[in-house]
Design a protein around this ligand. Structure first.
Ligand code: KIV
Length: 270
């Protein structure tokens, strides 16, 4: 597993950090086998796995349940777990209790929280020893207010984002995820910050990239954002299931290759 120090050093060496989401044991195993640097147990779980319209319905218990499976699948990968909607921004004490619960019960390496208003939270968590990744730009938990669109598209908003990025770094954030912002602004923020900046829909000038597992593998997704590149096609699963269905109905499956030939007693069946 890359340590936080090694991940942060990547920035100095001008290498790139790869991050992908995973939500369960098999996807985590694949990410680790592919030697991805960081797995994000994102609250995109709500759409990709749980079938919700957005991330808002995802609970702390959902995140813990899935992050534990991810840790079992990727024992040797740096894992970041999302603080879901309602898990922060309530009261200082409640927010910290949730942060401790997520960090302690999932055995993740860091938590991720959305929004520029969380500087106190980042300071409090850091003081307790909980590493926090900040998420700025398009923050899907606020989609009811912002909509799904590129952020910081005018001069004032760009300056505000730059200021916010400095503020979260000053508060102690260990990394920044920057979503759906113009590429030149993302590059400028990346240059100005000391912490690694991981982009999604933020161009190639950031220190690393993150994509959602289901998007990059075309696995059960109905919509593809402009910034998503598909590297595989898991929609072939439908063809396989269709074939299986046909073979069962026509009694072609199971043939003798998949059948125990000798009559056996129950206790001998393996
Ligand atoms: O939940 C998620 O998958 C994320 C990524 C889009 C960065 O936050």
């Amino acid at each position: 597993m890359k340590t936080l120090g090694q991940l942060q050093a990547v920035k100095e060496h001008k290498e790139k950090i790869s991050m992908v989401t995973a939500y369960d044991y098999p996807s985590a195993k694949q990410a680790e086998a592919a030697q991805i640097d960081i797995i994000l147990v994102g609250d995109s779980l709500g759409m990709t796995v749980l079938g919700y319209d957005n991330t808002v319905q995802v609970t702390v218990e959902d995140m813990i349940h899935h992050a534990k499976a991810v840790r079992r699948g990727a024992p040797d990968t740096y894992i970041v777990v999302d603080v879901p909607f309602g898990g922060v921004g309530v009261t200082e004490q409640y927010d910290l209790e949730i942060a401790v619960k997520l960090y302690q019960q999932t055995n993740a390496n860091a938590i991720k929280a959305e929004g520029a208003h969380l500087t106190n939270y980042i300071e409090n968590c850091s003081r307790m020893g909980i590493p926090v990744v900040s998420h700025l730009g398009l923050t899907p938990q606020s989609v009811g207010i912002t909509g799904y669109k590129m952020q910081a598209s005018n001069k004032e908003a760009a300056q505000q984002l730059l200021n916010d990025a400095h503020a979260i770094q000053q508060a102690g954030a260990i990394m920044l995820v920057l979503e759906a912002v113009p590429a030149d602004l993302a590059s400028e923020i990346t240059k100005q910050l000391d912490i690694p900046v991981i982009g999604i829909g933020a161009g190639k000038g950031t220190d690393g990239q993150v994509l959602v597992y289901h998007d990059l593998l075309n696995y059960g997704v109905d919509y593809k954002a402009k910034f998503v590149k598909q590297y595989g096609d898991f929609s072939v699963g439908v063809d396989a299931l269709t074939e299986y269905n046909k073979e069962v109905k026509s009694s072609r499956f199971p043939d003798e290759n998949y059948t125990y030939k000798k009559r056996v007693m129950d206790e001998d069946v393996k």
